[in-house]
Design a binder for this molecule. Structure first.
Ligand SMILES: [Zn+2]
Length: 616
């Protein structure tokens, strides 16, 4: 039982004044840190007795409906503890929706104050709509780009979830320094919701949830405005109920299993769909029930089969690792790419199809990418060195840190190459509690004309540049030797200058050409909005002393690509120089992209805000 009004009917408490679970006084509901005695059948009965004997009337804060509750006949239950936490009604339709309206109200009020001093700003709603439009595509993410965000009327659970995944990144540039508290409040709410949706919990994750709750409690007053403004009332049950979340997760486990959007969806599956399969005669209800019984039986059988199969494959984890390695999509048709006579002859000599092969130099000139040939040269040399030195040329090349001399490029420029439009990677999603190492596939795309829109889509990726524990680099710990690059090409190079392998084939190397980005603040997440920032500007020369990769255009083996980055422009103007890494986009990003001292940092920032508000 999950929606508040439904809970009120069943527990007989006073609507909008009472918590269905505990005895919090109506005016104390805003204090999220405080705990109150839980309601029990006994406490309700004695309250009803007291009301009768002392003639307590409805206006009394403790008054409850004087009705004999059906659950009192069941002594082994407590109806008040059966009131489940609910992500859809309490978090999405409750706190998240309120947060959005409070934030909008806060900035509308500021705009009015500024207007009274003669300064005219654009409305916050317009800017928010515009920011939602700016969000680049990400596999599985619903974007609010065709319809204005403020005009969306039909909100389903999925829409709320996708809004939460992009809210921080959308709102961050709209919030100025003096409103740091508002940004911290938004982050606290988003943290709370995101953590509540974990599929499994430990003391540690519940500690984080509690930390988010305390931040919400501390920072809510930042939205109050000045004393002349009408204050926000935080004394309402959907706000107070947040204080019960950690306890209920301890009792009942992950809340995902109790999400009521599943049950609401069942109206569709269990009734409407099966009604169409009946003959609509008198006994149609019986027919629907039979369909349901059969469905449940099939599901039970599926459950048993899936359980048995996971029991068997536990020992085979090593072989399944192979299926997790990154893979390129099929090769692209290069018929439209120009071909010089010399190139045609070379491809013919090598016995390669003109449809899918070109020489490196042809592609570099067709796409006018500066530094492509050098990048491919370093990439090929690295692979040759891995195969073991076979002649003097390679020994000297690897000893000079892989750097390629300009005069030696022509050999690499004449290597045949194929292009691909996407790369599949694997990331953790934290959804399978039986297998925490389970990964889901993610497709990284690079297309000149994305879905015939006329504009390109070149996804950003995390790529491993240094060893994870390489202390010689100046990057901070949580980046773990990774850098961000924007994919320009996915390639296969056939090394026809090399000795063929034992199978008589020339080796093929699979790589991605990236335009490297420069991490701001050495990759440390921002103290207020919590996101890593990067810019599209020349990268420092010293960033890759070991591999010899230099400059902005680099080529990496596809196995060093970790996963995609959901990068969102950090400015409202369109020059796209500065970007945020959206860490709310999925479980994997949320769990890897944070400063190691984030808790202390957060506490410090919250303290500063409280001092400014005078609520020390
Ligand atoms: Zn309560």
């Amino acid at each position: 039982m999950s929606d508040y009004e439904e809970q009120v009917v069943i527990t007989c408490v006073k609507s909008l004044q009472h918590c269905t679970i505990c005895e919090v006084p109506p005016t104390m509901q805003e204090k999220l840190r405080l705990k109150w005695p839980l309601r029990t059948h006994e406490s309700m009965k004695s309250q009803v007795r007291r009301q009768r004997s002392q003639n307590i009337d409805k206006t009394d804060p403790s008054w409850v409906h004087p009705i004999t509750n059906f659950s009192w006949a069941h002594p082994y239950t407590n109806i008040h503890q059966a009131m489940m936490m609910d992500i859809l009604h309490q978090l999405y339709k409750g706190v998240v929706e309120y947060m959005n309206s409070w934030v909008n109200r806060h900035f509308a009020r500021k705009r009015r104050h500024r207007a009274s001093r003669g300064i005219r700003d654009k409305s916050f709603t317009t800017m928010l709509d515009y920011r939602f439009k700016q969000v680049p595509p990400f596999t599985g993410l619903k974007r609010f780009h065709s319809q204005r965000f403020s005009k969306v009327r039909q909100w389903t659970g999925n829409e709320y979830r996708d809004m939460i995944r992009q809210y921080a990144v959308v709102i961050a540039p709209l919030i100025k320094g003096e409103d740091a508290g508002v940004m911290l409040f938004i982050r606290a709410v988003l943290d709370f919701v995101t953590l509540s949706e974990y599929h499994s919990h430990t003391d540690e994750t519940l500690g984080y949830l509690n930390h988010a709750l305390e931040r919400i409690d501390d920072l809510k007053y930042t939205l109050q405005g000045t004393s002349s403004d009408k204050p926000i009332n935080f004394n309402f049950p959907k706000f107070h109920v947040l204080s019960h979340y950690t306890d209920f997760i301890r009792y009942y486990g992950s809340l995902v299993n109790y999400n009521s959007s599943t049950q609401e969806n069942f109206h569709k599956i269990l009734l409407k769909e099966y009604y169409d399969r009946t003959n609509k005669q008198d006994n149609y209800e019986e027919q629907i029930l039979k369909h349901n019984t059969r469905r449940v039986n099939v599901q039970a059988m599926q459950g048993i089969i899936s359980f048995r199969s996971t029991m068997r494959t536990i020992d085979e984890n090593h072989s399944s690792l192979d299926s997790r390695s990154n893979k390129l999509s099929p090769t692209m048709d290069l018929t439209d790419y120009p071909l010089t006579d010399a190139s045609r002859i070379r491809l013919q000599d090598l016995g390669l199809s003109q449809r899918s092969w070109r020489l490196v130099a042809d592609i570099a000139s067709r796409l006018s990418i500066d530094g492509l040939i050098e990048a491919v040269a370093i990439f090929v040399q690295e692979h040759r060195a891995r195969r073991g030195p076979t002649d003097d040329r390679e020994v000297s090349a690897s000893s000079s840190h892989g750097r390629v001399h300009k005069d030696n490029l022509s050999g690499f420029a004449n290597l045949p190459m194929q292009l691909h439009s996407s790369l599949s990677c694997y990331k953790f999603d934290g959804k399978d509690t039986r297998d925490p190492n389970k990964r889901t596939k993610e497709i990284i795309r690079c297309s000149e004309d994305w879905r015939n829109s006329g504009s390109p889509r070149c996804d950003f990726v995390w790529v491993q540049e240094y060893g994870c524990l390489d202390k010689s680099t100046s990057e901070v710990e949580q980046i773990q030797g990774r850098m961000i690059g924007r994919s320009i090409l996915f390639i296969t190079v056939k090394d026809v200058e090399c000795e063929p392998g034992p199978d008589g084939q020339f080796p093929r190397y699979y790589g991605t050409i990236l335009s490297m980005m420069r991490l701001r603040n050495k990759g440390r997440a921002h103290a207020i909005h919590g996101m890593i920032e990067f810019e599209d500007s020349p990268v420092p020369e010293h960033t890759a002393p070991k591999t010899g990769r230099n400059g902005k255009i680099r080529c990496y083996d596809i196995q060093t690509v970790h996963r995609s980055v959901h990068a969102v422009p950090a400015r409202l103007d369109d020059n796209n120089r500065l970007w945020y890494v959206n860490n709310f986009i999925d479980w994997d990003s949320y769990n890897t992209l944070f400063n190691s001292d984030w808790r202390e940092e957060n506490k410090r920032e919250v303290k500063k805000v409280k001092r400014r508000l005078g609520r020390q």
